[in-house]
Design a protein around this ligand. Structure first.
Ligand code: ATP
Ligand code: SKM
Ligand code: MG
Length: 180
């Protein structure tokens, strides 16, 4: 059953899921879990090490396992890795369990935000080329979300305000996860 006070943030790398999620959880006084951080905590390894050791598919297996454990219906804010939408089983689970918010940003803004940040193994090499290719490959994969927020040109606080306003509105809508 879908929980309105379980907020799941999805989006491409650099759209601000981890940063916004933390500020949102602070504002709403809800517990926060970031799936990337949870994977690192559980394995004791950095994301880049996991990619090196087990390959992308091995990392995706861990990500799906952790997502299932985290989405147990407990209220909170859950922030995900940018590639969590690649597996249909994850998409189904997120849609059924929580209120899913997709963060977006323009390609240029993503590149600005990701400049100099470490531990994103899929962006090794020519970052501009990698981002452009991945954005193309993932086009439409974030569209299953209940709401979409374009964060381009917005501060973290403005994004949090916007999500809170959308959440208030959401509380008055019928639960779309239940058959009518
Ligand atoms: N609205 C914003 N305005 C300006 N900078 C931002 C904003 N949101 C995030 N940032 C900055 O962009 C960088 C990437 O943000 P963050 O790590 O939260 O992205 P993410 O969506 O969690 O990425 P990933 O999928 O790789 O985990 C950070 O340095 C963060 O401070
Ligand atoms: O978009 C992606 O595929 C990824 C995003 C990050 O959050 C990490 O989960 C990892 O670097 C892979
Ligand atoms: Mg993150």
């Amino acid at each position: 059953m879908r929980q309105r006070n379980l907020i799941i943030l999805i989006g491409f790398m650099g759209t601000g899921k981890t940063t916004v999620g933390k500020a949102l959880a602070d504002r709403l006084k809800l517990p926060l879990t970031d799936t990337d951080q949870e994977i690192e905590r559980k394995t004791g390894k950095r994301i880049s090490e996991l990619f090196r050791e087990f390959g992308e598919e091995g990392f995706r297996d861990l990500e799906s396992q952790v997502l299932k454990q985290v989405l147990d219906g407990t209220p909170g804010v859950v922030t995900t890795g940018g590639g969590v939408v690649l597996r249909p089983e994850n998409v189904r689970l997120m849609k059924e369990t929580g209120w899913v918010v997709a963060l977006h940003a323009s390609e240029e803004e993503i590149l600005r935000r990701l400049a100099g940040t470490a531990d994103r193994p899929l962006l090794l090499g020519d970052v501009r080329q990698r981002v452009s290719r991945l954005l193309n490959e993932r086009r439409g994969l974030y569209d299953f979300a209940h709401v979409r927020v374009d964060t381009t040109g917005m501060t973290v606080a403005e994004v949090v305000d916007k999500i809170c306003r959308l959440a208030e509105n959401e509380a008055f809508k019928p639960d779309r996860s239940r058959p009518s």
